[in-house]
Ligand binder design. Structure first.
Ligand code: OSB
Ligand code: MG
Length: 376
């Protein structure tokens, strides 16, 4: 079903935005810091008695990319929602076009756009994946393991391999790289292994990446600065392991530059990072044209963001396992009624229209603050 097709317009009657905070089962450490809980804005858009859900992936402070929860929520409240509420849209592209003039705020735009996709899919009684052009009934998933001691990392990598995860991703940072890989590779000689440096190295560390070439990694994710595609191309020319970009790709235009300059041979797509499902699809399609595989990254999402990621990952060029692992690895209790659980590394697509999951309102009330309502 072509996305530009005009359907009966859907009028957005109102919205609700709140902040949700869930404790993490285990603290999650990456090169830029440690998370003890997951705090995120949840947006509900309303139309025709239906509700569409979107989850923001910005962090409290701008340490992954340049958005923060308070800054982005203010932008949603004062700029984006007034552009949407009381207006009618025939499809997500019409809504996206209204946001095009604004620089940055990718995650803020994505939260609103994603909620509209869910609402629109529900109004058409279709699962989101059908509207995105997805074909799979389940998706392959891996797991992302935070930084801990070498010994603990080996234990956790082996345990997740035994659970059937299709790929194990290890977070690295300067001083915590070659030795941890040597130990995990020894324990798991055949597993698909990758590393994610979250921007913590520079070109002067080329020796570290040459040493990592010995461990048969599927790819090395985002070793260099978040805004530097050029230096990634230089690094790729010096090593054999494929590079994968995460933070550096904010748009299909960025993806084109990375692909044309051989700065990435794999791309991690996160809907929030690129401004929504439409831009995610453009990147997906462009990578397919270059015969470059993509996979779906994660930001430790709650159930709403996780369900969006699962539908996104059904598109055919998601040819490598994503980070959308079981929500029970992160939370003892999630804000949705349905369990999102991978078995043997396969995550089923939640059935039903839209993203296919429903909010546990009683639990949500206990973990929410600052509920705001918007209407025309
Ligand atoms: O770089 O992919 C990343 C978590 C928080 C911030 C950045 C990243 C991550 C992850 C975890 O790797 C992915 C997940 O399990 O959701
Ligand atoms: Mg990453």
């Amino acid at each position: 079903m072509p996305l530009h097709q005009t359907y009966a317009p859907l009028r957005v009657d109102g919205a609700e935005m709140r902040l949700v905070s869930l404790p993490l089962v285990t603290p999650f450490t990456i090169a830029t810091g440690t998370m003890h809980d997951k705090t995120f804005p949840l947006l509900i858009l309303k139309a025709d008695g239906l509700e569409g859900y979107g989850e923001g992936v910005m962090d409290p402070l701008p340490d992954y990319l340049d958005e923060s929860i308070t800054g982005s929520m203010d932008f949603v409240r004062t700029v984006l929602l007034p552009q949407v509420i009381g207006k009618s849209f025939a499809n997500p592209a019409e809504l996206e076009a209204l946001f095009a003039p604004w620089r940055g705020f990718y995650m803020a735009k994505a939260m609103v756009e994603m909620a509209f996709w869910d609402l629109w899919a529900k109004s058409l009684s279709l699962p989101l994946k059908a509207l995105l052009g997805g074909t799979n009934d389940a998706i392959e998933v891996g797991v992302s393991l935070g930084i801990t001691s070498v010994e603990e990392t080996v234990k956790r990598a082996v345990a997740h391999q035994e659970l059937g995860y299709k790929r194990i991703k290890l977070k690295i940072k300067p001083g915590h790289d070659v030795a941890v890989l040597a130990a995990v590779r020894k324990a798991l000689p055949k597993s698909h292994l990758t590393v994610d440096a979250n921007t913590s190295y520079s070109l002067s560390d080329t020796g570290v990446f040459r040493a990592l070439d010995d461990f048969d990694l599927d790819y090395i994710e985002q070793p260099l600065a978040w805004d530097d595609i050029h230096d990634h191309a230089k690094l790729q020319s010096r090593i054999t392991t494929p590079l994968c970009l995460d933070e550096s790709i904010r748009s299909a235009a960025d993806a084109r530059k990375a692909l044309e300059s051989d700065a990435a041979r794999v791309i991690n797509i996160k809907v929030g990072r690129v401004g929504g499902h439409l831009e995610a699809k453009r990147i997906h399609d462009l990578c397919a044209a270059f015969d470059v595989p993509v996979w779906c990254g994660g930001m430790l999402e709650g159930g709403i963001g996780r369900a969006h990621n699962i539908h996104l990952s059904t598109q055919p060029n998601f040819r490598k396992p994503g980070d959308t692992s079981s929500s029970s690895l992160y939370f003892t209790k999630d804000i949705i009624n349905e369990a999102l659980t991978a078995e043997e590394g396969l995550m089923p697509i939640p059935p039903g229209s839209g993203i296919g999951v429903t909010l546990d309102w009683d639990f949500l009330a206990k973990v929410s603050s600052g509920i705001e309502t918007f209407s025309k």
